[in-house]
Ligand binder design. Sequence first.
Ligand SMILES: [Ca+2]
Ligand SMILES: [Ca+2]
Ligand SMILES: [Ca+2]
Ligand SMILES: [Ca+2]
Length: 313
Amino acid sequence: MNKFKFYFILSLTTVLLFSCSKNDNNITITPLRDYQEQFTAENVMIEEYLKTNYITITQAPGDQTDQDVVFAKITAGQPSIYSYLNSTTFPKLLTRPVQLHGITYKMYYLVLREGTGQSPTNVDNVLVSYKGQYLSETTASDLTTLTTTFFEEVKFPQSMFNLFTDIVRGRAEILPKFKTGTSSEGVNGAVVHNNFGAGIMFIPSGLAYYNSGSSTIPGYAPLIFSFKLYALQRLDHDGDGILSVDEDINGDGYMYTYLQYPSDYPVVPTNLDDTDGDLVPNFLDLDDDGDGYSTKVEIAAGSNYLDKNSIPK
Ligand SMILES: [Ca+2]
Ligand SMILES: [Ca+2]
Ligand SMILES: [Ca+2]
Ligand SMILES: [Ca+2]
């Protein structure tokens, strides 16, 4: 090979290697962090926060500020948020395991009160007021400081949002643990919410925005939401005439669909809400028992739509 040809190939290879690590906008593509490592690190931050901060809860029934929470760093022996872990009275700090990305996340949530109405499933619509902050760590002179940064507050929610399509998946994991309250018309026609469930959830970034962040949240930031669950709306996702809440076969308030985000499940999970085992859970399956007759037709014909031996006449 002559010298010229050699250098040409070398520089071409360099250009190719260089362009592999950059996209068209010259933005360096960083590989995603390992989910388990990232969760472990964030869980340390979350637990430190829980152990070094306390809360003050506003009790003002009928007022918008009822169950508002103020967070502050412990300065004079106040009880930490962590001290409410598995408490028999409220506030009560609990954890929920969430299986995703091939790991088990642990989500902490604080129940200020449960509420007196109904619980949403993780696929229903909810009316929620909330305040969001994110946790971050800054290191200066070898000293690591945990910081919370406010990013959003919705005091008077005007519309419901859908938990099934919520990108912050942690919210759909925790809200079913709470109940709605009562609502009545107050002065000037304003709706007054009472007895609603109220709490705080601590969401690892893997169950929120992970690497991407949002316009106001950096990547890999755990989120803290204080919230009030005012109302819910049941949905019928597959339009078969049965509300999704009634297609939650094992009745645990949670329904999942492997097919929506298959890459999030390294192993196909067992779905307890999928009668015919075709990976489409009942709440999205037009033919729940897989007998070739749609659920709608079976109901109209009076046959058992969950029993494939029960054929419509
Ligand atoms: Ca349905
Ligand atoms: Ca279920
Ligand atoms: Ca199915
Ligand atoms: Ca059927």
